[in-house]
Ligand binder design. Structure first.
Ligand code: HEM
Length: 450
């Protein structure tokens, strides 16, 4: 009989919960250092709490996400909470429901379609350029700015001309709703959704507002009979075997795109700008690539920016926006020589795999050259997997890389970045984000050369 993975020592009553106070990512790093590639931890009291198995290798990630993915389902607490709050869209759905949704949604994310969204990526980037126009060495919280930028982008892509109605409501309600979902996901002991505690009230209120907004816009679109080219229009118009998506299904997809599609790209852009500001030689090389552009790049121009793309990929290595991916094991299995028991909560960790010294020499060094085509080809496919893998690979991968390249190039053409000497802290509450904002000194390039 093979052994179960080593278990992190913790307190008898709370397990590793007290260690979580220092953050999930530092705890993962310690567990990897002390116990190796596969490790278990308990959160909360024995039997009542949760036990999680953390997987830190490319082989383990491939096994869970692709090779044996049928055994690893999105039946865990986190995905359950998302499903409850916003409906069962493509991020949480499984089996036939997921297959059906995927058939409807894939055409919205083809390279041709995404290239069509790039004008919006560019227009919103130009808006940010105008906002920073007079910058002459001011410290800006780049995380706040990038979150605003990517939220405006995804809202405009989704809602088109209805963006002015949708954006203020989403800006007011979406973050509190997703924070409440995260809070419930991290509770050591499950409580029913029906209990009138503050976190549940917030979820129900946020849900009512967001559902109401989407339902009103969908109803108005259906009533007008007009076909529009924004994503919502495409969703309303989508057909599979002559059938269309129901209004509730459309609403769930819209909310999933909002949830999965703005904070992730915002954190990637924030971290890329921070890294440019910390590595003048990388910033200079990227600037040399974008300096000759006539303006913020179009889709075609952005796709040709190979160094900018390498910077983004290396950023996503060190700061993967989804630092962990969770599943629940259906049947007993084996990973890395250890027994995974049926019902286990499993987390594969891009955060640690992307820093695994067996796959990344000097893992903490920021070096875009790791992403030359030759280097990429020589590496294990699952040594770098910020967009996941297997059938549930991120549908927005090309969208967000193109959005990132357009925005980063558009901003770096115009501005010089200088980052503070101290390393920023990151926290992982499902998605990655800087714990204390991201202050970066920004100077308009004309001010530099004056
Ligand atoms: C830097 C940006 C992004 C990162 C790092 C990222 C990461 C991920 C990851 C890791 C997964 C797999 C989750 C799992 O297997 O449990 C995923 C799935 C997904 N992402 Fe993204 N994402 C990004 C941007 C986007 C955008 C822009 C959208 C949509 C507009 C999007 C929509 C989705 C959806 C719908 C899924 C579920 C796919 C499926 O199960 O078929 N993501 N993403």
């Amino acid at each position: 009989m093979i052994d179960r993975p080593p278990v992190a020592p913790g307190s008898f009553l709370a397990g590793s919960l007290p260690d979580l106070r220092g953050g999930f990512l530092p705890l993962s790093e310690r567990l990897f250092r002390d116990h190796g590639d596969v490790v278990r931890m308990r959160l909360g009291p024995p039997r009542l709490g949760r036990e999680i198995t953390l997987i830190f290798t490319p082989e383990g990630a491939r096994h869970v996400l692709a090779a044996n993915q049928a055994n690893y389902r999105k039946d865990n607490v986190n995905y359950g909470e998302v499903r409850y709050a916003i409906g069962d869209g493509l991020l949480t759905s499984q089996d036939e429901t997921w297959q059906r949704q995927k058939r409807f949604l894939q055409p919205l994310f083809t390279h041709r379609r995404v290239a069509g969204y790039a004008a919006t990526f560019g227009a919103e980037t130009d808006r940010m350029v105008a906002e920073w126009q007079g910058a002459a060495g001011e410290i800006v919280d780049v995380h706040e700015a990038m979150t605003r930028l990517t939220l405006r982008i995804v809202c405009r892509v989704l809602f088109g001309n209805d963006v002015d109605v949708a954006l203020p409501v989403i800006q007011r309600w979406f973050d509190p709703l997703s924070d409440a979902v995260r809070r419930r996901a991290f509770m050591p002991v499950r409580i029913p959704h029906s209990w009138p505690v503050p976190v549940n009230r917030l979820i129900h209120r946020g849900q009512a507002v967001m559902f109401g907004l989407c339902d009103d816009i969908i109803a108005a679109r259906r009533a007008s009979g007009q076909v529009s080219e924004d994503m919502l229009g495409l969703l309303l118009d989508a057909r599979d075997d002559g059938k269309s998506l129901s209004d509730a299904e459309i609403r769930a997809q819209v909310l999933v795109f909002l949830l999965a599609g703005h904070e992730t790209t915002a954190t990637a852009l924030t971290s890329a700008i921070y890294r440019l500001g910390a590595h003048p030689e990388v910033q200079e090389r990227l600037r040399a690539e974008v300096a000759g552009l006539p303006g913020t790049p179009t889709a075609e121009q952005a796709l040709g920016l190979s160094y900018t793309m390498r910077v983004l990929k290396e950023t996503l290595r060190l700061y993967p926006s989804a630092p962990n991916m969770g599943r629940r094991a259906v049947a007993d299995d084996e990973i890395g020589g250890y027994r995974i028991t049926a019902g286990s909560d499993v987390l594969v960790s891009p955060w640690m795999v992307h820093r695994h010294p067996a796959h990344w020499p000097e893992p903490l060094r920021f070096d875009p050259e790791r992403f030359t085509p030759e280097e990429e080809k020589a590496r294990d496919r699952y040594a770098w997997f910020p967009f996941g893998g297997g059938p549930h690979t991120c549908i927005g991968m090309h969208f967000s890389l193109l959005e990132g390249a357009v925005a980063l190039a558009g901003l770096a053409r115009r501005f010089a970045f200088e980052s503070p000497a101290e390393q920023p802290r990151y926290e992982s509450q499902v998605t990655l984000r800087p714990a204390d904002g991201m202050p970066v000194r920004i100077t308009h390039r004309e001010a530099v050369t004056r």
